[in-house]
Design a protein around this ligand. Structure first.
Ligand code: B12
Ligand code: SF4
Length: 446
């Protein structure tokens, strides 16, 4: 079978950037960079077939005058002649996945389109659209392989358990339960990075001359923060990979001196991380490592941070979220605000660069902004990010505030646009969030 996997472009919607003061604009995040780990994994499970993986984010970043998404898909379908087109969707990129399928089917109506990823996992019925034939939920490479094999055998897709099929008036779940799939351990699939070589120069972060790639050491998260999509995606479970599979993968990527751990919450099992970094040091693996670490982990366990710094950890993304304990309790963050200052000290003592991220709720008043400014300036980090507390569909927070949501345009669900009524005027709110980006101790732009 000929399988075309297309990664979606990113949403351009960014009201923080639009309304921010000019001085803050250079520092505001415009894009996150990195190859599509989910689609690379899907490509790996069907590697016996003829697979083309196309990263539109990489393409649009490297091409000064890129064609439209529609033009690109049309060209790919004409040149590659796929039987199946697959795409992936987080909430803010769902419409692009639909556009990809619409264009593919316009070019060849016989193409079967398959959608997977976070948004269809949480809200499969939201993905009902004339262009979508099949929806796959969860960590489902094995199910995708079943779909491909059924199409190859010319069997009905109704024989594939656990998928959703478009019958013209809705998405209908097929009968049966798919077999279990241990995505992090026994069934772990080494992502196929080779097809992304063409865009390797797009995968450079923070002014680094070296390309970076994503590797996950775990999937899911044992915490239950109300605004977070990740624990619902994994139904609250946490899965850890094996140390030796990670060592083998780190050895297998000489082209990528920078490695971004894609874990939602990297340091959960201290024993595991200690052993992993012992092995990284033992093997002489020298990578610049970036990861997400909770403030309470650094505050309570400085020893593991020192060990990881010796093993290459150079940059940490830390969700500070709020300077107020009442907010942190409301978000079920399970880490007090006092951990922020402690964590900053631990990271700085180990020469680790921190990107601290605060989330700004829509009901912030001028006084709240001033208090956060004061707090953030008093607890400086090299880079700080200030994004909007967004009710991502499928989260607890979404169900709590559903009635207050005023904007249902998914393109805006990327943490850079308020989708609820704000206490300050809409423009002023985004302008104030934008001005916060000036508060940091570093001078560079990342
Ligand atoms: C890697 C990553 C990226 C990469 C690659 C994503 C891409 N497709 O281009 C990059 C860096 C580009 C990226 C960008 C963004 N991201 Co991101 N990203 C992640 C991260 C860290 C890991 C995801 C991952 O790779 N998991 C491991 C893989 C193996 O699992 P998976 O992706 O779920 O894929 C499996 C299944 O879902 C399924 N599957 C997936 N696709 C398909 C397709 C088919 C056909 C099939 C059958 C199956 C299938 O099979 C896969 C293998 O088992 C997650 C956080 C996390 N730890 O989960 C956030 C996350 C997904 N990102 C998120 C967001 C919001 C963004 C941004 C919008 C953030 C921003 N404000 O800038 C940007 C995009 C726009 C921009 N401004 O740049 C949110 C999504 C929330 C939501 N509800 O939509 C997450 C959950 C982070 C968070 N804190 O909430 N991201
Ligand atoms: S915000 Fe971080 S700690 Fe909280 S549930 Fe999500 S991944 Fe886990």
């Amino acid at each position: 079978m000929k399988i075309l996997l297309i990664n979606t472009p990113r949403s351009p919607e960014n009201r923080i950037l639009e309304f921010a003061p000019e001085a803050a604009k250079p520092f505001i995040h415009k894009k996150l960079i990195g190859p599509p780990l989910g689609l690379m994994t899907i490509a790996a499970v069907v590697k016996d077939h003829d697979v083309l993986l196309f990263d539109t984010k990489g393409e649009f970043d490297l091409t000064p005058d890129p064609p439209s998404l529609a033009g690109l898909v049309k060209r790919l379908v004409h040149e590659f002649k796929p039987d199946i087109v697959g795409s992936t969707a987080i909430t803010s990129e769902l419409y692009y996945a639909l556009e990809i399928f619409t264009e593919a089917k316009k070019a060849n109506p016989r193409i079967i389109s398959v959608l997977g990823g976070l948004h269809p996992t949480l809200l499969p019925y939201d993905c009902f659209h004339p262009s979508v034939d099949v929806v796959c939920q969860g960590q489902c490479p094995h199910i995708f392989r079943d779909v491909v094999q059924a199409l190859e055998r010319k069997s009905s897709l109704e024989t594939v358990p656990g998928i959703l099929l478009n019958n013209g008036s809705g998405l209908i779940r097929t009968e049966g339960k798919p077999r279990s799939w241990d995505a992090a351990n026994a069934d772990y699939l080494l992502p196929d990075r080779a097809p992304l070589k063409k865009w390797i120069n797009a995968y450079k972060v923070g002014g680094s001359p070296d390309p970076s790639t994503y590797i996950f050491t775990s999937l899911g998260c044992p915490y239950k923060c109300t605004f977070c999509s990740i624990w619902p995606q994994f139904k609250g479970k946490y899965y850890q990979r094996t140390i030796e599979s990670l060592i083998a993968e780190l050895h297998s990527i000489p082209d990528y001196p920078v490695v971004r751990f894609a874990d939602a919450n990297t340091v959960v099992d201290l024993g595991f991380m200690n052993a992993l970094f012992d092995r990284i040091l033992e093997e002489g693996i020298r990578k610049t490592i970036i990861m997400d670490i909770r403030a309470d982990v650094a505050a309570m366990h400085p020893g593991i941070i020192s060990k990881m710094a010796r093993g290459g950890l150079k940059v940490v993304i830390c969700g500070f979220e709020s300077y107020r304990d009442e907010d942190l309790k409301k978000y079920r963050k399970a880490s007090p605000a006092s951990d922020i200052a402690k964590a900053i000290k631990v990271f700085h003592d180990n020469d680790i660069m921190i990107r601290g991220n605060y989330v700004i709720p829509n009901d912030y008043s001028e006084d709240d902004f001033k208090a956060l400014e004061e707090y953030s300036a008093g607890n400086p980090v090299v880079y700080a990010g200030y994004t909007i507390l967004t009710p991502m569909p499928g989260t607890v927070f979404y169900s709590q505030v559903k009635k207050q949501i005023t904007d249902h345009d998914y393109l805006k669900y990327n943490f850079f646009n308020s989708v609820m009524r704000t206490t300050l005027s809409y423009e002023k709110f985004h302008e104030r969030v934008g001005s916060l980006w000036l508060i940091k101790s570093g001078k560079d732009v990342i």
